[in-house]
Write a new protein. Structure first.
Lengths: 323, 279
């Protein structure tokens, strides 16, 4: 940083040396944008960049509870942590793989449903009708609600004996199903997650629709295109760039989601709904083996980077083919 | 343009379903907060047997809600003020100057948003503990540590959104102000910031929402004295014996100001949120 700031100004025009005041002013002008960025940069370094590097370093160490207060003294583990985490014969490896599978299934179902609901609502609310503005505001409430308040409410609704869900389904007595433990907990998690994320999809698709020029629809209508044809040939292709970004963001959010399962289930998520973030959290803070936890986090990061890079490559190739 | 009848019926069905789906938890929250305790300890009831405001009073003694509230307010407020201030300067640099590293900065700051929080959590915990041990600056278990963490969560988006907003303010205004003898900082504070007020307010709401709702880092980085609402309520709601009517009252209390603020400033926020995806 300082080297950039102290850089001498570009060589002055041949001949007379410029007055010192002007040199200083010029130097200040070059330094100014960096000075303006400095606080943001320092904090990003402290909270994001440095911890990420430390995390990668930690994953190569035998960092157990004895070294928490002085982590640099932890013995080197080489690839040992990775070997443990990826060993499918060990309990740790098997549980990680299980959690990964649950997370993939959860992400595919939740993102698919949230995207579908958001798109359907946005497309169906495209024409102006009475109460549209009000309805739009109403649909955005789940997005604005503090996330824990919403999820706690769902936890209440999903209580077996006193909850709204069993009340709505008319299930009570000894045969009433549990929603927060066992196999049902996976679907509870999906429903809560979709409830929280579909308004975001709705918001983004709605903004995308507003950017489609109205005369395209009118031209298509003049050509005799029906509603469905207009949707297929105007709406869909013009929404594609928006959808590409939207799906990527939804994927990353949902795959990394910690808050929803943590608030819904508390410290111990049921095995059927153990998402990867919660799994890493639990295995780190139960055993206080941060080396293993970091190795899992690094693997998660690598997976996300791979998927994102692959997705962007496919998306941009498609765009080029279309062009 | 005429629509086929099928589309009309689909609209009614889909929107009807979404109204019920969206509304059920809101209904459950609002009505249960008005129920006497007996109503939430038996089978689900759609209406309170009698309307009572007791839960709104009782929750403050069932759990230390006042302390949680104060902690959340201090942490979210401080994180918002700092985040917005820092973002204003950074966004001004990005919007008005062309300098080496400009793109790199924007891209890398935004991409940190995409990384899993769990990746930072363990190292940040260790770093905070170790900074405390070696320098005496307590970051672990204090509000300060949480403020620093939260402000970086909203910072990338705040910078990005404000830079976009500043771009839409004509540069001629800046130039006129510079000619008048204001320095660049004076121009920023006297000309650009007032003109960008709606954007700044939207960013502030976003920052506040982010800090107000965060659970993961608060659950690890706070102790019983610095617990925020998010963790305090979450802890209580997963206990064995829960007074759900009081929890719903608390949820309502913490939600109404945020939702009201969001809906009032919806226009600015939505514009900022969606600009990136659509561009």
């Amino acid at each position: 940083m300082t080297t950039l700031v102290d850089q001498p100004p570009a060589a002055p025009a041949a001949g007379a040396r410029p007055p010192r005041r002007r040199v200083r002013a010029r130097r200040r002008r070059i330094a100014l944008p960096y000075l303006l960025l400095l606080p943001a940069l320092a904090l990003e370094l402290l909270v994001h960049i440095v911890p990420m590097l430390v995390g990668i370093a930690m994953s190569f160490r035998k960092l157990t509870q004895f070294y928490i207060r002085n982590w640099s003294a932890a013995p080197n583990a080489g690839l040992g942590n990775y070997r443990v985490v990826l060993d499918l014969d060990s309990a740790v490896g098997r549980e990680l793989l299980h959690s990964f599978g649950v997370t993939v299934a959860f992400t595919v179902v939740s993102v698919g449903a949230a995207w579908l609901l958001g798109t359907a609502a946005a497309v169906l609310m495209q024409p102006v009708f009475r109460g549209r503005g009000l309805l739009r505001a109403f649909f955005l409430v789940p997005y604005a609600l503090p996330m824990y308040a919403a999820v706690i409410t769902w936890a209440f609704m999903l209580q077996r004996d006193t909850g709204l869900v069993n009340g709505l389904l008319g299930l009570d007595g000894p045969d009433a199903p549990f929603w927060l433990i066992g196999g049902n907990s996976f679907w509870s998690l999906v429903v809560v997650s979709v409830w929280r994320t579909w308004p975001f999809a709705f918001l983004i698709v709605m903004a995308g629709l507003q950017n489609i020029p109205q005369d395209l629809y009118e031209a298509a209508a003049l050509d005799g295109a029906g509603w469905w044809r207009r949707f297929r040939s105007v709406t869909q292709p013009l929404l594609r760039p928006v959808n590409q970004v939207l799906l990527l963001v939804l994927f990353l959010w949902t795959f990394n989601d910690f808050n929803t399962p943590y608030v819904l289930f508390g410290e111990s998520a049921p095995r059927e709904a153990s998402l990867i973030s919660v799994h890493i959290y639990q295995s780190s803070f139960v055993t206080w083996n941060f080396g293993l936890g970091s190795a899992m986090s690094v693997l998660l990061l690598l997976f996300l980077l791979l998927v994102t890079a692959g997705y962007l490559a496919v998306a941009s190739r498609r765009r080029r083919v279309d062009a | 343009m005429r629509e086929p009848r099928g589309v009309r019926w689909t609209r009614r069905a889909v929107l009807g379903f979404l109204i019920v789906f969206t509304g059920l938890p809101l209904y459950a929250m609002a009505t249960s907060a008005l129920k006497p305790l007996g109503d939430v300890q038996r089978d689900w009831r759609w209406f309170p047997s009698k309307i009572t405001f007791r839960p709104f009073a009782d929750i403050w003694t069932t759990i230390p809600l006042g302390r949680y509230f104060l902690n959340s307010l201090i942490v979210s407020g401080a994180a918002t003020v700092l985040s917005v201030t820092i973002a204003i300067f950074a966004a001004y640099a990005i919007s008005r100057y062309r300098f080496p590293g400009r793109r790199l900065f924007s891209v890398s700051v935004l991409s940190t948003q995409m990384f899993p929080g769990i990746l930072f959590l363990l190292p940040l915990f260790l770093i905070f503990v170790n900074i405390g041990n070696s320098t005496g600056v307590a970051l672990y278990g204090t509000r300060l540590g949480l403020v620093l963490t939260y402000l970086t969560f909203s910072l990338p988006f705040a910078i990005w959104m404000l830079a976009g907003y500043f771009d839409s303010i004509p540069k001629e205004l800046d130039e006129a102000s510079l000619v008048d003898g204001n320095g660049p900082i004076g121009t920023l504070l006297r000309i650009v910031v007032p003109a960008a007020m709606p954007g700044i307010v939207a960013v502030a709401i976003y920052s506040f929402m982010t800090a107000w709702g965060e659970v993961l880092f608060a659950s690890v980085m706070t102790d019983s004295g610095t617990r925020t609402l998010a963790v305090g309520l979450q802890e209580y709601s997963t206990e064995v014996q829960v007074y759900w009517n009081q929890v719903m009252a608390a949820s309502l209390i913490v939600s109404v100001p945020i939702v009201a603020g969001f809906l009032l400033l919806q226009r600015y926020l939505v514009a900022g949120l969606t600009a990136g995806a659509v561009k």
